[in-house]
Design a protein around this ligand. Structure first.
Ligand code: NAD
Ligand code: MG
Length: 359
């Protein structure tokens, strides 16, 4: 097991990473103040891991809260089910909410914990690679609104994040690859030596080797924790975590949510950010191609949807052509391992990037 600490003053917390952690009560008990625990999970994850975690928490009064699965349920109605369950079972302010699932469950359970009786303790047990390396760290919680994703929420830090790499054994391979997009992102934005390591370990990672996964998750969480430690509420540096995401969001929106997984869109979006950085003369052709090869070996798409024209991207990047100059900020690579957020690029370079044939 590896442990790292997220330093946020009195809101600091540990992240434990390793195989078999769901079965280790001593990792949970220091973070549970009362006798009541609510495990928030969903219909997919519950049959796989709820019993294992419940057995680990013997001696506590454990309330399972099983929600429907999917991004479409990350809303008020489902949030209300959590409050209904807590109130019906008379959970008081000393209860602890445990999120057992992917990012959807983590975001919703975290927001419920932030709101229930003005805030109760919260533990993250992320079970997708994406939630292990990204959403469980950093304290963003929330739900979607019909008018926008993640539009209602709170910054709320967990007491601990407990990552059992064994849970990835049941994750669909596409979801694993989607998580790897964010892992590779950390190397590109702030940890250059991570990239050759990832290249050498890619088969092991996709083969679910626990040692390789633990190392990759630890380095990813460390990178995110560093960035979030500097900029907890996203006033500046935190934006570099969005490498590939502006192009990626355009792909997600154009295709309709759910057609491409978020990580898949980020994969192709990262290729576009690499291409644009190369056109600006900041990285070389060889560096761009090495990174693209790594994304491809992670099982990710490296070509944006062929039917997407530059106008589609501009439309979904929420920029009117007239106001584009000086308005659109992109995360680009000043060099491999160093991201910058900038609005200062020639318009022609963006146009050329959007018109590139990536096939
Ligand atoms: P997800 O939570 O929808 O999980 C993907 C699928 O895998 C779901 O069907 C889920 O039930 C299933 N699943 C989860 N664990 C499993 C396991 N061990 N075995 C088999 N199936 C399993 O998706 P995600 O990619 O984990 O998270 C995406 C969400 O995270 C989005 O809502 C996004 O907005 C959010 N997010 C939040 C942050 C943040 O900082 N808070 C960052 C990134 C993403
Ligand atoms: Mg992302």
């Amino acid at each position: 097991m590896r442990t790292l600490q997220v330093d946020l003053g009195e809101r600091s917390y540990p992240i434990h990473i390793g195989s078999g952690l769901l079965s280790r009560p001593e990792l949970f008990t220091p973070h549970i103040a009362g006798r009541q625990v609510a495990i928030v999970t969903n219909e997919t994850v519950a049959p796989l891991y709820l019993e294992r975690l419940s057995n680990t928490l013997q001696g506590y009064s454990v309330l399972p809260v099983i929600l429907p699965d999917g991004e479409a349920h990350k809303n008020w109605e489902t949030l209300q089910l959590i409050f209904d369950a807590l109130l019906t079972a008379r959970h008081d302010r000393r209860t602890t909410v445990i999120a057992l699932g992917g990012g959807v469950i983590g975001d919703m359970a975290g927001f419920a914990a932030a709101c229930y009786q003005r805030g109760v303790d919260f533990i993250q047990v992320p079970t997708t690679l994406l939630s292990q390396v990204d959403s469980s760290v950093g304290g963003k919680t929330g739900i979607n609104h019909p008018l926008g994703k993640n539009m209602v929420g709170a910054f709320y830090q967990p007491k601990a994040v407990i990552i059992d790499t064994d849970t990835l054994g049941t994750l669909p391979p596409r979801e694993l690859s989607a998580g790897l997009a964010e892992v590779i992102k950390y190397g590109l934005i702030c940890d250059k030596p991570f990239l050759p390591w990832l290249s050498s370990q890619m088969s092991a990672l996709r083969g679910l080797d626990a040692v390789a996964l633990t190392e990759a998750i630890e380095r990813s969480c460390a990178a995110k924790a560093r960035v979030v430690g500097v900029d907890e509420r996203e006033s500046g540096l935190r934006a570099i975590l969005n490498l590939g995401h502006t192009f990626g969001h355009a792909i997600e929106t154009h295709q309709g949510y759910g057609v491409w997984l978020h990580g898949e869109a980020v994969g192709a979006g990262t290729v576009m950010a690499l291409e644009m950085s190369r056109r600006l003369g900041w990285i070389s052709v060889a560096e761009r191609d090495d990174a693209i090869r790594l994304l491809r070996r992670a099982g990710l798409p490296v070509v944006p949807p062929v039917e997407m024209a530059p106008e589609h991207f501009l439309e979904h990047m929420a920029v009117d052509k007239k106001v584009l100059d000086g308005q659109l900020r992109l995360v680009l690579l000043r060099q491999i391992g160093e991201a910058v957020v900038t609005a200062e690029f020639p318009r022609e370079v963006l146009d050329a990037t959007l018109s590139t044939d990536y096939r």
